[in-house]
Every structure is written in structure tokens, then in C-alpha cells.
Write a protein that binds this ligand. Structure first.
Ligand code: AMP
Length: 212
């Protein structure tokens, strides 16, 4: 089952994606994580993506479609995947549907996380992220070790600074939000989800929305 998570930055797609992946026993693929890992490793992909990511802009579709194609072909994803932040433009949505059709794999559904901007700014500006496994934390100072014991430390992402947050929300509104309607117009099963509440409550809503 391929499930696409849609929603603004800070809506909880990453955290809930992890939980859904564990629960449904399928991997989570997050293009943001793939790009940050490439950046850290200094690969050409990372170097190309850096200036877009630092500014809070979208990385070109060509780059994302390449990552998507590789992810869908990986044996680990043969039973499905949770795609977190992987689809952010109509070209990417259309590319994904094309790849799935070619592989003869159905799109299980699109989960759209609904949340107000004020709550997003509050969440993102208090967020730190492990520089190794990318786990996000709220209310922890940069430099604190990650709980996962991977030797990573918490850092503030450059794109979680206030000006970049505002810009990312604008980019979301202009380029990504319309993709939810695009999926509906293309007969995908789109389910909206109230993304405010405890992690357990939101997870329960997500599972219910997926019919699990
Ligand atoms: P995220 O971790 O999902 O917030 O992504 C961090 C940054 O990576 C975004 O602000 C974009 O610059 C880039 N990025 C991640 N996924 C995509 C995508 N599907 N399309 C374009 N850019 C992306």
C-alpha cells in the first residue's frame, strides 16, 4: 500500500509517518531526510539541493522524481511505503501516478494533515532535529544528545528559522496545497485529518482514515 502524506511543514507528517510505518510494517520515505543525508555526506545531490533547502524553496522536480523512482524500485518498498513530503507539486504528483501505473501498483490513499498556521509557526520555531537520524524534538536545546543513542546531537534546521518558516508556509500554500485537490480530481482517495492533538489521538485518526 502506497500512502502519500500531505500537509504543511510542522503538521506532524514525519512523526506520524514513523508511527504509521511501524504499525503497518512498511518503510517511510521522506525526501527531506534523503536530501539532508545527501547534504551531510556532501554528495552532488546534496550540493545541488542545499541552496533551495536553506532558503525554504522547493528542490527542482527533476531531482525529486529521481529520488522517488529509486525509492519505489527498492526491494524494501515492495509491500508499500509511507511517502512523507515526497509530493509537493503537480508535476511530482503526476510523476508518482505515472510511476505507480508503470509498476502496476495502486495508490492506497492520500492523507491530508489539516492545521492552522499559528500552530505551525509555534511548533517549528521550537523544534530541534537530530543531525543523524532526523528525529524532531520540541522544547530541547540545540547540542543536546539524541535519545536514540545514535551519537547524533540536536540542531536547529536552517529552514526552521522564523523568516524561512514563513517562506516555507507561503511555498506550501502556493505550490503544494493545490496538489491535494489535484489528487482528488485524479480520483485518488483523499482523506483529511485534524492534525492537532496528542500524538496518540492523531495516530488513531490517521489509522481510522486509512480504514485500519
Ligand atoms: P522537509 O524535511 O519535508 O521539511 O523538507 C525540507 C526541504 O527539503 C524542503 O523545504 C525542500 O527544500 C526540500 N524538499 C523535500 N521534499 C521535497 C519535494 N518533494 N519537493 C521539493 N523539495 C523538497
Amino acid at each position: 500500500m502506497i500512502i502519500v502524506l500531505m500537509g504543511p511543514p510542522g503538521a506532524g507528517k514525519g512523526t506520524q509517518g514513523e508511527r504509521l510505518a511501524a504499525r503497518l510494517d512498511i518503510p517511510k520515505v521522506a525526501t527531506g531526510d534523503v536530501l539532508r543525508a545527501a547534504l551531510k555526506a556532501g554528495t552532488p545531490l546534496g550540493l545541488e539541493a542545499k541552496r533551495f533547502m536553506d532558503a525554504g524553496d522547493l528542490v527542482p522536480d527533476r531531482v525529486i522524481l529521481g529520488i522517488m523512482k529509486e525509492a519505489l524500485a527498492a526491494p524494501a518498498q515492495k509491500n508499500g511505503a509511507i511517502l512523507d513530503g515526497v509530493v509537493r507539486t503537480e508535476a511530482q504528483a503526476s510523476g508518482l501516478l505515472g510511476m505507480l501505473a508503470e509498476l502496476n501498483r495502486p495508490l492506497g490513499g492520500v492523507l491530508a494533515f489539516d492545521i492552522e498556521d499559528d500552530e505551525l509557526v509555534r511548533r517549528l520555531s521550537g523544534r530541534t532535529t537530530c543531525d543523524t537520524c532526523q528525529t524532531p524534538y520540541t522544547g530541547r536545546e540545540p547540542g543536546t544528545p539524541c535519545d536514540k543513542g545514535d551519537g547524533g546531537k540536536l540542531v536547529r534546521r536552517a529552514d526552521d528559522e522564523p523568516a524561512a518558516i514563513r517562506h516555507r508556509l507561503e511555498v506550501y500554500r502556493k505550490q503544494t496545497r493545490p496538489v491535494i485537490d489535484w489528487f482528488e480530481q485524479h480520483k485518488a482517495k483523499v482523506v483529511h485529518l485534524n492534525a492537532v492533538g496528542s500524538l496518540d489521538d492523531v495516530q488513531a485518526r490517521a489509522l481510522k482514515a486509512l480504514g485500519r
